[in-house]
Write a protein that binds this ligand. Structure first.
Ligand SMILES: [Zn+2]
Ligand SMILES: [Zn+2]
Length: 146
């Protein structure tokens, strides 16, 4: 649903959601991040401060929740104390390999996983799939050398 940002934001406004300029700026930030970035709330907060967007960490957490619930961004749990966030791109689903030693995150795509997820959700459970996440935890090649 992230194909057209303003269209989606307008739809939410019509449904009565309040899209503050903070939320819109936060979303802009995600659109402008290089692909493959998975930032924590603290890192996003730092970037927003650098862009002179005034937002408290508590408000940022609420805004992230809001954007995730409405399908704009993905909330990722890499088994750390904090979550990571990235733009939701359902048209290009990807998954993650996470190094337990250095925290490196690699992305990969797999068509079979997608078809399997569709089968499990739609066909077997009559479930509308909004996101699906597959994670592999382990040790990256660099850390294996040490
Ligand atoms: Zn990712
Ligand atoms: Zn590593």
């Amino acid at each position: 649903m992230t194909e057209n940002k303003s269209e989606n934001l307008n739809k939410l406004r019509k449904e009565g959601y309040r899209i503050t300029s903070q939320r819109e700026k936060l979303l802009d930030l995600f659109y402008n991040l290089p692909e493959g970035e998975h930032l924590s709330a603290e890192e996003l907060h730092k970037l927003l401060m650098e862009k002179k967007v005034k937002i408290s960490l508590a408000t940022l957490y609420r805004s992230l929740k809001f954007l995730a619930t409405n399908g704009f961004i993905r909330e990722l749990d890499f088994g750390e104390y904090h979550k990571h966030y990235e733009l939701n791109t359902p048209q290009k689903p990807h998954h993650h390999l996470v190094c337990n030693a250095c925290g490196l995150t690699l992305e990969f795509e797999d068509k079979n996983l997608y078809e399997h997820a569709v089968k499990i959700s739609r066909e077997q459970n009559n479930f509308e799939m909004r996101d699906y996440q597959f994670k592999i935890f382990g040790i990256c090649p660099e850390c294996k050398k040490v």
